[in-house]
Design a binder for this molecule. Structure first.
Ligand code: M6R
Length: 357
């Protein structure tokens, strides 16, 4: 039930710190060490390449998961939109492991791929919020998201839970392969949970940003580089899905190859700057759009903060920034939709779980 919340979406945004803590508890042993099912660990170790298959927000979580698995566990990862993969199967490696990411575990496009790859004899792991779901039953292994039921059509807490579980999977694989990590993953996730709480306490600031940047907007662009780019795609999906403002997430460096032609006086641009390696470059991209009249805001990580930034995120580990940078974007979408009087929990033309191909 919604309790005192006006919408499930807002409640579910607020539940993210609890979901993080639940995941930390469920995936550690009594010595506070990370633990995963031994079968999952063996399957990850045996794979020469991981194929992540998902749709929508779960696909966006997969893009972040690729970074985590490749950087921490040194296993190559491809991320595919399920509806594309099933009709256009790419050249596969010798020992693939398929990882299906699905909040509901019932998405027909993802299931179509699962059926095909099982026929081909390949192993499959499903990461889902619903352990008894079709994708969970039909795969060899399941990892639970422990996010609790997600009711709003717009996915929020499932996205962050998916990234957290993918981080745990990446760390577990790294440890199984004897790779050394220079941080304690559970401690870093606990820092994330606290940071999320700080962010969900700052709703007024988010509503004000909506007033200043999105109030009369017909369209909006989210720009970022590396991990921020993936979060920008998710921020854009959230905004268009519930507020019907046309929105796109772009790689900062790609703007000048076409999209910058759309920038007019007052076009809202939301830029993420959480990654030290690309901080200078993304800020350069923001200057380029401001020079063309854009109404641009920068959401930055604490360690990269500059005076003119519209909003500053509490510091978390560089690899885990998507878990916090997405929260203001979820809230921006929420308040933009609220100000427009949209049906937030049940946007037009959409269903919570898409059970047709
Ligand atoms: O249940 P799933 O994670 O498989 O669903 C995938 C997409 O349909 C879903 O993420 C959709 O994009 C959401 N409405 C996004 O908020």
């Amino acid at each position: 039930e919604k309790g005192t919340y006006p919408h499930f979406m807002l409640k579910e945004i607020d539940e993210q710190p609890f979901a993080m803590r639940k995941i930390i508890n469920e995936y550690q042993n009594e010595n506070n060490e990370l633990k995963l099912d031994a079968d999952v660990q063996m399957a990850m170790k045996a794979a020469d390449r991981i194929y992540i298959i998902a749709c929508g927000t779960s696909y966006h979580a997969g893009l972040v998961g690729k970074e985590l698995i490749e950087k921490l566990a040194s296993v190559p990862v491809e991320v595919h939109v399920a509806s594309e993969f099933s009709y256009n199967i790419p050249l596969l490696s010798e020992k693939p492991l398929f990882v299906f990411i699905s909040q509901s575990g019932e998405t027909a496009d993802s299931r179509a791929v699962l059926v095909k790859i099982k026929e081909m004899g390949y192993p499959a792991l499903t990461i889902t919020n619903v352990p008894g779901s079709t994708l969970s039953r039909e795969a060899d292994y399941t990892l639970n998201l422990y996010a609790g039921p997600e009711i709003a059509v717009a996915s929020t807490k499932a996205y962050t839970a998916q990234i957290a579980v993918l981080a745990i999977l990446a760390v577990d694989t790294a440890q199984a392969k004897g790779l050394k990590l220079d941080f304690d993953p559970m401690q870093e996730l606990a820092i994330v949970a606290n940071a999320m709480e700080t962010l969900t306490d700052q709703k007024e600031a988010m509503e004000e940003l909506v007033t200043n940047y999105l109030q009369a907007a017909r369209n909006a662009f989210f720009i970022g580089r590396s991990a921020d780019y993936h979060v920008c795609m998710e921020g854009a999906l959230k905004l268009k899905e519930i507020s019907y403002i046309q929105a796109e997430g772009f790689a900062g460096g790609e703007l000048k190859h076409g999209t910058i032609a759309l920038i007019e006086e007052g076009t809202p641009i939301i830029a993420l700057a959480t990654q030290p390696d690309v901080n200078y470059a993304i800020r350069g991209n923001v200057q380029e759009v401001i020079a063309r009249g854009a109404n641009a805001m920068i959401i930055s990580m604490k360690s990269l903060e500059q005076d003119t930034d519209a909003f500053v995120l509490p510091q978390v580990h560089d690899l885990l920034t998507p878990l916090v940078s997405v929260v203001p974007l979820q809230l921006l979408a929420y308040y933009a939709a609220l100000h427009r009087g949209c049906d937030i929990d049940k946007p037009r033309n959409l269903a919570k779980s898409v059970t047709v191909e």
